[in-house]
Structure formats: C-alpha cells, structure tokens
Ligand binder design. Structure first.
Ligand SMILES: Cc1cc2nc3c(=O)[nH]c(=O)nc-3n(C[C@H](O)[C@H](O)[C@H](O)COP(=O)(O)OP(=O)(O)OC[C@H]3O[C@@H](n4cnc5c(N)ncnc54)[C@H](O)[C@@H]3O)c2cc1C
Length: 389
C-alpha cells in the first residue's frame, strides 16, 4: 500500500524559505477569525485602491497560484515537471457577464491548450462553462420545458460555439480538456453540452472530460447510464471524479425552494459512492478515462491499489490523479514518486480577479474545515526533519 507519510518526498521541491512561508500561511488561515479579518481587509484595500498586490502576491498567491499570466507560470510548470507532476493551467477569473469577456476567456483557455500542445508537462486543459456563458442562460436551458426567446437562442448558440472551439482545439492539439462541474441547477445543461462534444471528439480516446460530483446521490447511477450510452454510441467518456464544492449552497437552495436535496445524507455515503465510482471506472476503462480530483488520502490509496490489483499499468494515460497547487503535496509527490500519473491544477490570472478563488482556498483551509491541521502537521514534521524548528 502506498504511503503518504514521507514528507521528505512531499516537500522536496520546497526550499527552506518556501516551507517557512507555507507554515506561517497555513497557521494564519487556520484561524477563522484571522481569515474573516483578512477577507475584510483585502476587499477594503482593493476598494480603496491600496497597493496590496505585492503582499498578496508574495504570500497566499504564491502558495496557491502559478502567476498572473501563462508565461508567469513557467517556473511552477517546470518545478512540478521536475518531479514528474503535470500542470493543468486553470484560468481562474470569475464573475464575468459580457459576451466580450466570455470571448476573451475562451481565447485565454485556447491559449492554455496551445501551451500544452506537444508538451508532456501540461497533460490537460480545463475550463468552467460559467467562465464563458451567462449563468442565467445555462439555468434556463437546464429545464428543457422552458421556451427560449430568439435572443436567448442566439446567445446559447454562441455558448455552444465557444465550447466547441475549445474542445476542437483540444482535439487538434491532442490536449484533453476537463469541463468543471458546477451547481445542479445548471449541471444538466453542462452535461448535455459535454456529451455533445464527446460524440464529436472522443471517437478514438477521451479528449473531452465531464466532471461527476459524488456528493450527489444520483451520480453513481448517472455514471452507469453514461457508460452504457457511450458504449452504444462508440465514443469514450472522460471523467474527472470529485466529491463536489457547493454542498452548503445546494442544501440551502433545496431547503429554501422546498425540493429534495441532491446531496448525499452524510459524508460516509459520499465517500462510499466515490470509491464505488472509482471501481466502476477502472472496471470499464475500455470505454472510460479517469482523473481522480481529490485530496482524500483513503480514496487516493484505494485507487492506487485498484490500479495495481487489476493489473493495469501505473503510467496508463487513462488513469490520472489530480490535486490543487499548494495543497496535499504529500499525496501528489508520493504518488508521482511511485510512478502513478499526477497533475496539479495551477490557477492563474490577474491578482484581483483570482481573489474569489484564493478566498475560497482560505475558507477551505480554516481549522473548522479541518484541512489545515493536516497541512500544518505535515509541514511541521518536515521542518523538524530539516532541523528548522
Ligand atoms: C483537481 C481537482 C478538481 C476539482 N474540480 C471540481 C469541479 O469541477 N467541481 C466541483 O464541484 N469541485 C471540484 N473540486 C473540489 C472537490 O469537489 C472537493 O470540494 C474537494 O476536493 C474536497 O474533497 P476531497 O475529495 O478532496 O476530500 P474530503 O476532504 O474527504 O471531502 C470533502 C468533501 O466531501 C463532501 N462532503 C463533506 N461532508 C459531507 C456530508 N455531510 N455529506 C455529503 N458530502 C459531504 C463535500 O463534497 C466536501 O467538499 C476539485 C478538486 C480537485 C482536487
């Protein structure tokens, strides 16, 4: 069984200075009151046009992001690649609403694919449909009974064309493209769009990947049906398997609108479905391809064991693990050190624009959520090993 205990391997790419910075950062974000204050102070400073870019860039941005532009990510891409870990460039600009901005974002995603062409250091590209489409139109299309106006039909055609341009570029450049999963009330639209692209571009192998959130109680069944449909339609179905990032929002909306929550009754059911999906995918790997996007040690161990037990190659391109930059290096680096295929999401974009992403990382890492103590314990262990503490 692969062990994630080795902190020497986990932090080999980090200098003593990097390690100390990470230590202070995780120590700070471990305090909910500090994070609350930090959020308020950053928002206020940006509003007041205070020059805080420098301090943000040297601290939280440096930990969790590759740079402000694709070119600025060059160092991070190289550092990860030196340890056999791939980069997934994630243009993390959110909250845009104009067609002009959606076009800009589409072009930026296409540029990440160009960067990945013939470049083993960049095995995948990724995008969010809400980065290139208005949320409202995706929500309206989600219910097939909704009648669209002529303007809405035209708007949605433009969305399809953007998605198609990205997926076509991925196909021509041989860079598989992940489409992130989002809220349930727009996810049917995303699922349908994704499958229409798979039919076009996944004939020989998985180029377009859908994302399945296993915190939803209906996704295991969805996975089985999607596999059957793909088999009949003779295309490959790429899956990024995650637990899901919008749990509270989903529950709140369901309670507010009075429908049954789409979320599993508890964490255990979510974990069980996640691992059941891993088994199902590995058993059907002739039609499927997998990227396990998780920071969960048990699931990562479970998949690594499945790969070995089923006699599959560790470097089978249809079986990837992925984590976010700056988090769970003990999983990424130990997996890679054991010849499994691993990639990191490397978020990038102008500092001000990626702030919502960074604040979510801070939230996720407060001691309430429980991830920080794990990161902090590992960093402390490595600092002691290096006699820095
Ligand atoms: C590479 C990568 C890509 C990702 N892409 C996406 C994406 O496209 N869309 C998306 O939504 N998220 C995405 N995520 C985030 C992911 O969904 C999780 O929020 C995050 O990774 C934490 O889950 P975990 O598997 O790492 O582990 P854990 O820490 O073991 O699990 C935490 C997760 O379990 C679930 N959970 C917690 N409590 C309960 C409960 N009581 N009942 C039911 N479920 C519960 C929640 O999903 C929670 O986030 C991505 C993550 C990674 C690493």
């Amino acid at each position: 069984m692969i062990s994630f205990e080795n902190t020497e391997i986990a932090f080999k790419s980090k200098s003593d200075k990097d390690l100390k910075r990470a230590y202070w950062l995780f120590k700070m974000v471990g305090s909910p009151s500090f994070v609350k204050f930090g959020k308020w102070a950053t928002n206020a400073s940006f509003k007041a046009h205070l020059p805080i870019n420098g301090i943000v860039k040297a601290t939280i941005f440096k930990q969790f992001c590759g740079g402000e532009t694709i070119n600025e990510c060059t160092n991070t891409i190289k550092q990860l690649n030196d340890f056999g870990i791939g980069t997934i460039l994630d243009y993390s600009v959110e909250g845009k609403t104009s067609a002009e901005d959606f076009e800009k974002t589409t072009n930026e995603i296409i540029a990440t694919i160009e960067k990945g062409k013939n470049n083993p250091a960049i095995p995948f590209a990724v995008f969010k449909v809400t980065g290139i489409a208005r949320f409202g139109i995706l929500e309206k299309i989600n219910n097939p009974e909704n009648e669209l106006t002529e303007a809405e039909k035209k708007e949605f055609q433009e969305v399809i064309s953007r998605v198609d341009r990205i997926c076509k570029k991925g196909f021509e450049s041989n860079v598989p493209v992940f489409i992130d999963a989002e809220e349930t009330w727009i996810q049917d639209t995303i699922d349908r769009l994704t499958v229409s692209m798979m039919v076009k571009y996944n004939q020989k192998e998985a180029i377009v990947f859908n994302t399945l959130q296993m915190y939803r109680h209906d996704r295991l069944q969805f996975l089985k049906e999607a596999t059957n449909t793909a088999r009949i339609g003779k295309y490959h179905y790429g899956i990024k398997l995650v637990r899901g990032a919008y749990m509270e929002k989903e529950r709140d909306r369901a309670a507010q609108k009075g429908y049954k929550s789409p979320i599993q009754p508890d964490k255990l059911s979510c974990d069980q479905d996640y691992n059941a999906a891993l088994t199902y995918i590995v058993d059907n790997i002739d039609t499927l391809a997998l990227c396990a996007g998780t920071h969960n040690e048990e699931s990562s161990q479970f998949l690594s064991k499945l790969i070995i037990d089923k006699g599959l190659q560790r470097n089978d391109k249809r079986l990837y693990f992925a984590q976010l930059l700056g988090m769970s290096d003990h999983i990424s680096y130990n997996l890679s050190n054991n010849q499994f295929l691993v990639a990191k999401y490397v978020p990038y974009g102008p500092i001000k624009e990626v702030m919502p992403y960074l604040l979510r990382r801070a939230d996720e890492n407060t001691s309430v959520a429980g991830q920080t103590s794990r990161e902090l314990n590992l960093i402390t262990k490595e600092m002691k090993r290096r006699k820095l503490k």
